[in-house]
Every structure is written in structure tokens, then in C-alpha cells.
Write a protein that binds this ligand. Sequence first.
Ligand code: UDP
Length: 365
Amino acid sequence: MKPYDYLIVGAGLYGACFAHQAALKGKKCLVVDRRNHSGGNLYCRQVDGINVHQYGAHIFHTSNREVWAYVNSLVEFNRYTNSPIADYKGKFYNLPFNMNTFYQLWGVRTPREAMAKIEEQRAEMAGREPRNLEEQAISLVGRDIYEKLIKGYTEKQWGRACSELPAFIIKRLPVRLTFDNNYFNDTYQGIPIGGYNVMIDKMLAQADVRLEVDYLACKDELDALADTVVFTGMIDEYFGCRFGKLEYRTLRFETERLEEPNFQGNAVVNYTERTVPYTRIIEHKHFEFGTQPHTVVTREYPDEWKTGAEPYYPINDLRNDQLYKQYKALAGTEKNVIFGGRLAQYKYFDMHHIIGQVLQMKHEI
Ligand code: UDP
């Protein structure tokens, strides 16, 4: 008899949610993580009453009722709605692309006028299938918006020319002919009251959690403790990178506390010019309608990932996707190991996707 049913490697959202579902079935879980805290990239650090999203801003949104009911059974959500603003050469534009943006760009006042302008702008792509992100953006919203609000931001974010990036990255940006600045189309949205740590702690409440444990460095010893392993780390590392390394984009964050109550009046301001080195400034208190006399802001600088840095965005180009397929095939032959989450599945998931996946698995647990 092994002491645990599941050894869960990684205390991020996938691992924590899995541990919670397993506990509901009466299973015993040991969760290990190499960081000194749980929560993965959802983790928030408290700075004088403000929850600072230490690994980048997380905004929960979903249209899946089961997922929404589940997260609300753990923690209450506030009414935060993401409405980022884009700064291009000192002028503000609303995001996502909607009637406010079209008015700011072209002075058009009605959906009919906006549509006519967009049609004129995207005429250069007429009848052609977009082959890359640049062409996809132009066929979606035309050259003006592409040049001002997409090109610089995307090239900073991905470190590659838009003409070399896959089109799907931009497909998820909504285009609306209403004056609606809600960044997401989903039915439900918000931030957990008290921050994400409250939700993660609830998920992990019944599990044994060991932090600062490097699973791959003591694999045999840990594997011996449980019947099944749930691995949420980097899939190439699990297999000793035998086929080569998967690539990522990483982020560097510069965070500062300011002695003023309100720095930018919005949680998210994107800087879409190529020459501004960061992609956005996050003012954390606005996610929770904070009223503190001080504030905390973070500038986000995308960078090429190297071993040892945090892997944030998988780069799903041809080379990496083929490499991932090789690892995935190998993972399929690994007995009693479940590979789950962004790093093990080499795919950028939203939080609701991860929870949806784990809830789907609950019958197998
Ligand atoms: N994007 C852009 N301009 C913006 C914001 C986003 O061109 O002001 C593009 C960019 O290519 C980015 C993608 O949209 O990689 C997805 O952005 P989103 O903010 O949804 O991604 P996040 O990094 O927050 O997950």
C-alpha cells in the first residue's frame, strides 16, 4: 500500500484543482512544487494590502456554467470587467476594437460608418486567405488598426515579425460594432474577492503540500509514494529533453510601489508602440477596486526564454509543435502518469480551460 493515491507535481491551477477533485472522491494527494509558494502563476503577493499578480495579471472569465459554479463554490468573485486601454504615441484608444476605438481613430459615429471604414481598410486582403498574423489582422480590422494597435505590441510580445507569426494568436481579439469595452465575450467574469490565493488554498486544503521540492531531482523516491503521478511541469524536461528543448516567451516584471492613490486609472494600459520597451503597465489595486492611499504598478517586458527563466507563452510554431508531438507520443506510453496543464500540454490555456479539463476528468479520478 502506497501512502497516497496521487502524487501531483506542480501546485498551480491544474494541480490544485486536481487535488481538490481527488479529495472530493476521498483520495489522498501529495502535491509538490519547486517554488516556495503554491498557486503557480496565479500566485499573488500581498504588498501593503494590495494583491500583486506576481507572474502577470490573471482575469477569470468563462462561459462554462459548471466552471463558474465550481469556482464560486470556493470563493466569491467581484464584478471586475477587463477594459484595457491602448496607448499609441501618447493617444489613448479603447480595447477591444469597438465603436469607441473606431470613433477615436477615424471620427466615425455609427456602426454603418465604422463598417464602411473597416471594409475600405481591409480591401487590400480581399479574396485572399490570411497566411500569417499580419494578414489575419489586416483582413480582420484593416491596416490602420494593425499598424497602430497590433503590430508593435505583437512584435514586442513574440519577438518576431507579424508576418512570421501564426494567425491564430490574433483570432481571439474581439471586434465589435457596439460601444462595449469589455475585453472578453464570455458570460461570466471577475476576480476572486481576497485574491487568487484564497481560491488555491481552498483547492489544496485537504492535500499534503510540500514546497521547494524538485520532483525530477528525486523522482524515484517521490514516485514510490503514490499510485498515480499527475505531472504539470514542462513535458520536455520530464523526458530529459531527449528530442530537444521546447521554446517559450518569458516575461520580466518591474514592480514599484508609488506614494499616490491612483497612477493610471485603469488596471491595464497597453503600450502598442514598438519603441516603448514594455507591453503593458498593470496597476494591481484596480482589479479589486482598492482604496489604499498608495499603489503598486508593474511594467511587463517580454523576452526570449532561456533555461532557468520562467516559461510563460509556448511558441506554437511548426518546429515546436512537431517537437511537442514527439513528447506527447512518449507521454502516451508512460504508465500511471497524467500530463496536464499549460507546460505539460505545451498550450496557452485560459484558467477556465484548465478547470474545465479537470472537471471533465473527475469521473476517472
Ligand atoms: N494584442 C495586440 N495589441 C494589444 C493587445 C493584444 O496586438 O493591445 C495581440 C497580441 O498579438 C497578443 C494577443 O493579441 O499576443 C493576445 O493578447 P491578450 O492580451 O489576449 O493576451 P495575454 O498575454 O494577456 O494572455
